[in-house]
Design a protein around this ligand. Sequence first.
Ligand code: ADE
Ligand code: ZN
Length: 362
Amino acid sequence: MTDLTQPPPHLPFEAIARERLPALLRAMPKAELHLHIEGSLEPELIFRLAQRNGVALPYPNVEALRAAYAFTDLQSFLDIYYAGASVLRHESDFFDMAWAYFERAAADGVVHAELFFDPQTHTARGVPMRDVVVGLSHACARAHAEFGISASLILCFLRHLSEEEALATLEEALPYREHFIGVGLDSSERGHPPEKFARVFARARELGLHLVAHAGEEGPPAYIESALDVLQVERIDHGVRCTDSPALMARLARLRMPLTVCPLSNVKLCVFPTLSAHNLPQLLEAGICATVNSDDPAYFGGYVGDNYVQTFAALPQLGARQAWQLAANSIEASFARPADKLRWRQALDDCFARAVPSQPGA
Ligand code: ADE
Ligand code: ZN
């Protein structure tokens, strides 16, 4: 039985030259577990959809919109992110957005993706829940058919809204239960602790849905603790502020509780001043099941491959062994079927074995 947490015993990671890392980081099979599909809306597509749907935008052109992507914290980003999502009106818009993401993901070696979506952002504007879910779901099915990417959806509740609204959203989504695998919690973190959503997460658990939540992005370690203790989540999204609490770090490592870390997002939203100050090496060193993801790639300057390549370039402590570990963690932490996980782990090990230079004379 393959232990998904352990590297192949005889693989000489140190023989893989640093110059080979960027190509290896892009090519290695990986899962993306923290991607807000509305955050993959590129400015060009925002303008195309605005024109198609007759939506007026407060920016004259793509360049002016992109120039507004200078964020000081999470809220300054969310204000622009929700405005961008206002161009999504029809099922075909949701399909087109997700399809554009899958084209990028396929080029980045993504074999499995779990996409967050924020239905409340759309239903509040009168878009039917069905059009949101079915449009995204069709793109997931086509990604599997054309790229072999296994893809699923996680419905997120907006934590700046009430728990009653989250409960109503979950009930509204139930006719489309077969199209999503879990629920998450996103939006403004500070002042909206996980325990505010205890009942809706209990209801989702009864329904057999997977449970994840953003915690410890800007919020304190206590929010990570209550996501674990009260919501009983299976993964923590971000979680990087766990390093403020050694006891919590030890707990996360002991549980092998995955963290879906998003390095470029953390720098753009000023959680860390630079990539070279990011705590990803510290998380791995502590034995935490950290993964690398893109969060909102159209807003933060890169897709998942860029997140890997730029983070490794900035942090000399990260080499081939850590690249393997992060990709293996992403497979282990996914909600995919065990047989698929084993297949991708084998493909990952094969990819690294091919990257080892052959011995002269061997
Ligand atoms: N929604 C989209 N991106 C988010 C992030 N980084 N944190 C919280 N909510 C989000
Ligand atoms: Zn996020």
